[in-house]
Each structure stands twice: as C-alpha cells, then as structure tokens.
Write a protein that binds this ligand. Structure first.
Ligand code: FE2
Length: 360
C-alpha cells in the first residue's frame, strides 16, 4: 500500500473564466480580495492571462485563454465560468501524485518543474469529479505565488474573509457514494456527516449530501447528488447547466459575519433571499447568541445550532449567469456542522429562484 498523502491544505483555487480581467475586478471590488500577482503576455505568457487574488489565507486564481485554439475554450463552452482546480499544498508532489494514482486516481499530468529566475515549484495533478482537477503544489521555499507570475499589487477593501471553510461538489444522480469512496481511498478522508433526502427536501425537490473530511478536518469536501422529488432538484439544474459534476460552492469563513455581510451588501453582492418569517421562529430554535439579533435579521443572515455551538451563514446568488457556482460566507461559533437547520429555508429560497429561471 502506498504511503498516505500528506495534504498541507488547500493552496489555491483556480477558476477558468471567459474574461479574467473583469472577473478579477469583480472579486476585488465586490468581495474585497487583493490582487497580488499576474501572468500574461506582458510577463512572457502569450497563451493565457492569470490573476492571483488573496484575502486572509484564500488564494483565488482567475485564468482566461487568449488564443482561439486553447483547450480552455471548449471547457468554458461546456461549463461556463467555474472552478477548474482545487490545488493542494504538499511536501513532495511526485510522491503525492504516485501515491494518488496507485490508489486509483486518474492522472492529468505527472510532476513538472515550473521554473523562473526567482526559483522553482514542482506540480502534478489528478482528476476529480466532472472536469475538475486537484493539483499537488510543492513550493519548497519559493517566496512568491508561483513561478511565472509577477507581483502586481492592487489592494481590495478587505471584508474579513479568513480562510476556505469547505468546498462543495455537485455530482450526478447516484454518483455521491462513488466520489465519497474516491476521497476515502485516494486521500484517506473520512465521512464526517451525511444528510439524506429527508433532511434536505421541500414538497417538490430533494438532494442527498455527505461531507468528506481530512483526518484533522482542515479540508472538508461535502458531495451532493440530486434526489427524486416531484420536480427537478437544484443539483440537477446545476448538472444540466454545467453539463457534468463540478464545484457548487466555496465556503469562506469570517470571524465577524455581521461586518462581512454588511460590507458585501454595500459592495453590491447579491445573496439568496431569506424570508422575514424565518426570524419568527429561529430564536426559539437557536437560543442565545453573542451577535446582535436585530443586525442578524436586518442583514438576513442564517443561524443554526448543534451540540457544540452555533454558526451563522449566508449564500450568494450564482456568481455568473449560469446557475452554477456560488459563495457561502460562514462564521463558526463552536459548531462544526453545515447548517442542517437552515437547509429547509435555504432550499426553498433556491427553489424560488429556480422557478423564476423556468428550471423547476
Ligand atoms: Fe456550505
């Protein structure tokens, strides 16, 4: 049996987009990311332009193809803007790649050294669900983002995003267990929690979800699949617009969600609508919290509690015209669950939007 793959965490998340320059402006102005590095024609890459943005420990990379023959074009035609790579940092990319492939992962490319005047980084990559990949990034003592990028700093207005809390994948009907087994076999993840279609359903639509986590729970990947309901599951709507499985949402954590959501709303971020009636009963369920309840209601933030504590969360509307990728903002106050008590309210809100798109 090959050795365990020691993942040091999510190094960066790369999105392939139709217009990286405009997308970078959106993530900077709306979500408060700093632009930190760039590669493109001006730095010697005549094929693609990439912008690296940072807030807290979150690194986002936005990449767009420049030439019409670039294979990214067909990826974009199929999926629209979305997540291509959930890249892990590792100590030894070659060993991680060999171990992953031996455990059944499909290779994208073996170890390659990316070199520039200021140093080198070794990368390899495997496939995961849909057209999504996991890169293994071995940085060594490289000081910049990645070789080939130049520092290009434009400050955003930080909204308090600290790190990636979890990343959710939507997979096809009856594929959830297969992908959970993949994370168990390849990375040694364990099933942290699961929700069946009775936990997450309305009168019309349903989904199932299992959360896979690394041993220290630093990496949490919930996997959703559509379940049968009277009408089309929101997961099925995603699959139809993305054509395959893919990343549904990236959850970003904050330590002050009232400030973060306040600033995001001011910046024009659009969130799923939470009905006022949600707050009629929520405090009976949740009990005392440290935050100002009136502020929580005013900013339409969702609240949930489990045995260990509570959490506050809110979900953006899809970030592009296709109803695919969105962002969650989450503040954990002891709770390490995923807001099961909000699934119903959330699911109904998504369903109302799905209906306005004519996809229910
Ligand atoms: Fe989430």
């Amino acid at each position: 049996m090959p050795g365990d793959i020691d993942l040091k965490g999510i190094h960066h998340i790369e999105l392939w987009v139709g217009n990286a320059r405009q997308a970078a402006y959106f993530y900077r102005k709306c979500f408060g990311f700093d632009l930190v590095a760039y590669r493109g024609p001006e730095t010697g890459d005549h094929e693609r332009a990439s912008y690296c943005l940072r807030q807290g420990s979150v690194l986002l990379v936005l990449t767009t193809p420049l030439g019409h023959l670039d294979p990214i074009n067909s990826w974009l035609a199929t999926h629209g803007d979305g997540v291509r790579d959930l890249a892990f940092e590792v100590d030894d990319a070659a060993a991680a790649f060999a171990s992953a492939v031996e455990r059944g992962a499909t290779p994208v490319h073996g170890p390659i050294d990316i070199e520039a005047a200021d140093g080198a980084v070794r990368k390899a990559a495997i496939r995961t669900y849909g057209d999504t990949i996991h890169s293994f990034v071995e940085r060594g003592d490289y000081g910049g983002f990645l070789p080939g990028y130049v520092r290009h700093e434009i400050k955003g207005q930080n909204v308090g995003i600290r790190c990636v809390d979890h990343v959710v994948g939507n997979v096809e009907h009856r594929c959830m267990d297969t992908w959970c087994e993949f994370y168990e076999q390849v990375f040694g993840f364990h099933k942290f929690v699961s929700y069946d279609d009775k936990d997450i359903c309305t009168e019309f639509t349903a989904l199932r979800s299992k959360v896979m986590a690394s041993a220290d729970r630093a990496i949490k990947f919930p996997i959703n699949e559509p379940a049968k309901g009277k009408k089309k599951s929101q997961i099925q709507e995603y699959i139809e617009f993305n054509l395959t499985a893919g990343v549904q949402h990236i959850a970003l954590s904050t330590e002050d969600i009232i400030a973060t959501i306040g600033m995001l709303r001011e910046n024009g971020a659009e969130f799923l609508d939470v009905p006022d009636s949600y707050y009629d009963t929520v405090w009976d369920r949740i009990g005392e919290i440290t935050e100002d309840r009136d502020k929580v209601k005013e900013l339409k933030i969702l609240v949930d509690r489990d045995d260990n504590g509570y959490l506050l969360q809110l979900f953006t509307r899809p970030l592009q015209d296709r109803p695919t990728l969105f962002v969650e903002i989450i503040q954990r106050c002891g709770s390490d669950s995923f807001g099961k008590g909000n699934f119903q309210a959330l699911f109904e809100a998504i369903e109302r939007e799905q209906e306005t798109r004519g996809n229910l």
